[in-house]
Design a protein around this ligand. Structure first.
Ligand SMILES: Nc1ncnc2c1ncn2[C@@H]1O[C@H](COP(=O)(O)OP(=O)(O)O)[C@@H](O)[C@H]1O
Ligand SMILES: CC(C)(COP(=O)(O)O)[C@@H](O)C(=O)NCCC(=O)O
Ligand SMILES: [K+]
Length: 283
């Protein structure tokens, strides 16, 4: 298999940079051309190797570890989706410095997904890419709802015709915990490991009360927004979960007519699918 058949997909979020090495040429049963709605069908491309790190301003260790991971992958083209400008730029520089060939940033209008939103160019590219991947996964007649529990928590509706309809944005678990700590005198910041298991809803101390509120607040918000988006649909949606906090809540979501799948690399798979589309101009 030649180098050109491989791709490094990059997803720069507000907390973490995620990379995936995709080896197979991404096959598409229906040509995904810009302007054409992609029809659901084929399997989702999955990375054969992944790497991720937290990006922190002025802290080079994550980028140093990235350079180590990239060492055997020099010469492979990379396609990058970023919602964080400075981390996106630092990641591009690290990739180019490691000899990664032809590292291109993706922009929303290159993606094979239609939108029905007020300002398509303002939508986070991670939200659109998760929609691109959801379109590959869902049954053609079923709409999809994508829940991304990252720095922010996003809950987006993909219509049965494949269009990104918009959705809801709210604080993610880490951000909510940090906001409570920063804006009060007495509340501690809660470690993410303490938010992995369903806590008792009656916290008998400050930390347990925060765990209860943060965890069940996120689960409740997702259930309510999903239910309200579901109310607009005639066909039950398929629910896809991704993002750092998704494993904690995945088994608590869904219902009798709404199946749930946790897909840790949904955005990276969206980047791999987007790589099939017409390449955009080099920056
Ligand atoms: N062990 C954990 N338990 C619960 N939530 C977690 C855990 N680890 C990370 N998170 C959450 O996941 C977020 C990072 O996920 P990620 O999808 O990489 O975000 P982004 O794409 O915004 O960078 C953190 O901000 C935090 O909210
Ligand atoms: C909503 C987001 C902050 C989510 O980013 P993340 O939590 O994945 O880092 C990002 O998609 C973004 O900056 N969006 C721009 C505004 C919009 O999507 O409408
Ligand atoms: K994300």
């Amino acid at each position: 298999m030649g180098e050109t058949e491989r791709l490094i997909a990059v997803d720069v979020g507000n907390s973490r940079v995620k990379l995936g090495l995709f080896e197979r040429p991404v096959e598409c049963e229906q040509a995904a051309q810009a302007g054409l709605l992609p029809i659901a069908g084929g399997a989702l491309p999955e990375p054969v190797d992944t790497f991720s790190f937290a990006h922190v301003e002025g802290e080079p260790s994550g980028y140093n570890a990235l350079r180590e991971w990239l060492r055997p992958h020099a010469g492979i083209p990379a396609l990058l989706a970023s919602v964080h400008r400075s981390a996106g730029q630092a990641t591009i520089e690290a990739l180019r410095g490691c000899g990664v060939d032809n590292c291109r940033p993706l922009v929303g209008k290159q993606l094979p997904i239609a939108t029905r939103v007020d300002q398509p160019e303002r939508v986070g590219i991670d939200r659109l890419l998760a929609g691109v991947a959801a379109n590959r996964l869902r049954r053609p007649e079923s709409p999809a709802i994508v829940v991304d529990l990252g720095t922010a928590l996003t809950i987006d509706l993909i219509a049965a015709d494949g269009a990104f309809e918009g959705g809801a944005i709210l604080p993610g678990l880490r951000m909510a915990s940090r906001a409570l700590h920063d804006q009060t005198d007495a509340l501690p910041d809660i470690a993410m490991q303490q938010l992995e298991d369903s806590p008792d809803a009656v916290g008998r101390n400050t930390v347990d009360a925060l765990r209860a509120g943060l965890f069940w607040g996120a689960v409740g918000a997702i259930r309510e927004v999903v239910a309200r988006q579901r109310d607009r649909l005639t066909v039950p949606p398929q629910l896809y979960l991704t993002g750092g906090a998704a494993p904690s809540v995945a088994r608590l979501l869904g219902g009798p007519d709404c199946t749930v799948r946790y897909l840790p690399h949904l955005v990276l798979s969206g980047v791999a699918i987007a790589s099939e589309s017409k390449p955009g101009p080099a920056p």
